[in-house]
Design a protein around this ligand. Structure first.
Ligand code: GUN
Length: 303
């Protein structure tokens, strides 16, 4: 069994991005710039946002936090988004989710200028991904694709089971995996992912265990500790755990620890490759956001 070390791969990609930024600076050009909008102060969101801003600064991007109160009206938030849409000093921005319950996430996502939508969540970018056309790919699926590619794991003809049908992970992941690779990544190497036989499972799926037992690769993105157990996994399967769940742990300094959706201890020995939590998909999601920002920046200077 080999660990898919997202922390290490993300560090390598940050180094690559840093070198690209240095080269821009040497040529007297401006550096890419990302803004993050956070509404309220949900502790998990604060951790993610802090890590995203830190990663941005590490590679030399400009990074701006737009912190808004939890009781901001939807209209005020939309006005702020419009401001960022027309701010030429910002290449891309994201609105950290979840939002307070009085704000409609779909309305907010649709209000973002899709050229600046570095989360890849706007219907325009989701549509491009569905059609296999170049656009901005949702950060977590992009990160998983990169992680598999860098470990030389191919998907052609393989049965990939995706568990979870979220707009942010499950659906775009399934779309990327089933595509003809040359359609999805025209500017990149032929060693891209795609051509898989994809089964998308969710909470109403019957026989989840039987389906998982026929998988070559299982990607779990549900948000439920121990959802994937050892009896559901065949020998040699690749397992990608997208879950990041906080569970109480009085023995830890913070009072909690992070676990994924996979019963790692019992599943790992059966796998050919598996991602750990933390240190697997999480760092790849953050670095994908940086790659999306660099992509938007490059498009803006080459048109
Ligand atoms: N909340 C959890 N993951 C994400 C993400 O990738 N993007 C945004 N905007 N919010 C999130």
């Amino acid at each position: 069994m080999e660990i898919l070390d997202g922390k290490h791969i993300a560090q390598t990609i940050r180094q690559e991005l840093h070198e690209q930024v240095e080269s821009l600076i040497r040529r007297g050009m401006r550096v890419p710039s990302l803004a993050i909008v956070q509404v309220g102060n949900n502790p998990a969101s604060t951790t993610y946002v802090t890590n995203k801003l830190k990663a941005c600064r590490e590679v030399g991007f400009n990074a701006r936090l737009v912190s808004l109160p939890a009781d901001i009206s939807q209209q005020q938030l939309l006005a702020k988004i419009n401001e960022l849409n027309s701010d030429n000093s910002i290449d891309g921005f994201i609105v950290q989710l979840p939002l307070p319950s009085h704000i409609n996430e779909t309305t907010v996502t649709c209000a973002i200028n899709y050229h600046k939508d570095v989360d890849g969540l706007h219907p325009h970018n989701v549509g491009l991904t569905a059609l296999g056309l170049p656009g901005i790919v949702s950060a977590t699926p992009r990160g998983i694709r990169e992680l598999l590619m860098r470990y030389g794991i191919t998907t052609e003809g393989k049965h990939v089971v995706v568990i979870g049908r979220s707009n942010i992970v499950g659906k775009p992941m399934a779309m990327l995996l089933m595509q003809k690779p040359y359609l999805s990544l025209p500017k990149m190497s032929a060693a891209s992912l795609g051509d898989a036989t994809v089964t998308l499972c969710h909470s109403k799926t019957r026989n989840l265990k039987q389906i998982c037992l026929t998988a070559d690769i299982i990607i779990v993105a549900v948000g439920q500790p121990n959802l994937l157990t050892a009896d559901m996994v065949s020998e040699g399967t690749v397992v990608v755990d997208v879950g990041i769940n906080r569970i109480d742990d009085p023995s830890s300094e913070k009072g909690y620890r992070l676990v994924g959706d996979v019963d790692f201890q019992h599943v790992a020995p059966k796998c050919s490759f598996i991602t750990p939590v933390p240190g697997g998909v999480g760092p790849m999601t953050i670095v994908s956001l940086l790659q999306n920002t660099m992509q938007v920046y490059m498009d803006s200077i080459t048109v």
